[in-house]
Design a protein around this ligand. Structure first.
Ligand code: TA6
Length: 296
């Protein structure tokens, strides 16, 4: 159903017959909540989030487009997360049960305004389909189309704030042996040596050429997030830890212990679209009980 969010923009909720739910704000095209069948919130949102444009709410899944980070001419992470999107009337939504769909979806659309074209002169359409499956899996499919302008290149990331119980009890499996660019040392390239990534200090890395599936294991909650992606070759892993947290006005000093950003992304190599071409980036998130944390 459609309600109004904190700044009066529409917010669309999907509820599955088994109790899971997802909420999407048209401000930023941002998923702001994903709850499982027991109503547990699976995404992190800061208690100090600043709910007013043009900032993106600190949490959920902000859409980073057409730029990632601050290496470019646009604001940090691009403008998409700071714009009001519209419901895409051209896309027929999925509903549970309709021709035996096991998903329900909402479709959003972002097109450049005259102002946007001044700062990024490319004729694009960005369509986002957010779906919730009967099993409570969340999927986001983004399609960027070059609407017959000149060729353009962009970066993209689903800036996903996972809610965890205690960051020091969290590990990521699936990124072993990969190279990563370390944002804490001018994006210098390293190779991951560990058998799994654990967290004892600030981490801000772009793992490049990562596999289609990775697992984020939350030991204390006995929960594993499975991250599946297509068209997004990189995974950004970020935890600000204590010192950086204190510099962020919209983030609590201790909140780094309850969150981990694991962003399916296309960052190392920009995506280029010729006129009429379309790119698709898919993310699917599942949260599964992990009896003992090694199986997934
Ligand atoms: O996740 C990578 C990163 O670029 C970090 O360096 C940090 O800046 C984070 O994104 C948050 O960015 P934001 O603009 O949302 O504060």
């Amino acid at each position: 159903e459609v309600t109004k969010d904190w700044n009066g923009a529409d917010q669309v909720a999907i509820r599955s017959p088994r109790g899971a739910s997802v909420r999407v704000c048209l401000h930023g095209g941002q998923v702001v909540s994903w709850r499982n069948d027991r109503g547990e919130e699976l995404l992190f949102t800061s208690s100090k989030a600043i709910f007013k444009p043009p900032r993106a709410t600190r949490g959920g899944i902000p859409i980073c487009f057409p730029q990632f980070g601050n290496c470019g001419t646009l604001e940090q992470h691009g403008f998409a997360r700071n714009k009001i999107w519209t419901i895409d009337e051209e896309a027929p939504p999925l509903n549970y049960g309709d021709n035996n769909n096991n998903k329900a979806s909402v479709d959003l659309l972002l097109k450049p305004s005259e102002d946007d074209l001044k700062c990024w002169p490319h004729c694009f359409e960005l369509r986002l389909r957010v779906s919730l499956s009967m099993d409570g899996d969340l999927s986001l499919i983004s399609r960027v189309r070059n609407v017959n302008g000149k060729p353009f290149s962009f970066a993209f990331a689903y800036h996903t704030y996972l809610s965890v119980s205690d960051i020091s009890e969290v590990r990521i499996e699936g990124l072993e042996t990969l190279d990563y660019l370390d944002n804490l040392s001018q994006r210098e390239r390293f190779t991951e040596q560990g058998d799994a990534i654990t967290f004892e200090s600030e981490v801000d890395r772009v793992y490049v050429g990562s596999p289609g599936v990775i697992a984020v294991l939350d030991h204390e909650k006995k929960r594993t997030f499975i991250v599946r992606k297509e068209g997004l070759p990189d995974i950004v892993v970020w935890n600000p830890w204590e010192k950086k947290s204190k510099t962020m006005a919209d983030f609590g000093d201790e909140e780094y212990k309850q969150m981990l950003c694991v962003d399916a992304a296309a960052v190392e190599r920009a995506i280029t679209l010729k006129p009429g071409e379309e790119w698709t980036g898919k993310l699917e998130l599942s949260a599964v009980p992990s009896t003992n944390c090694s199986d997934h």
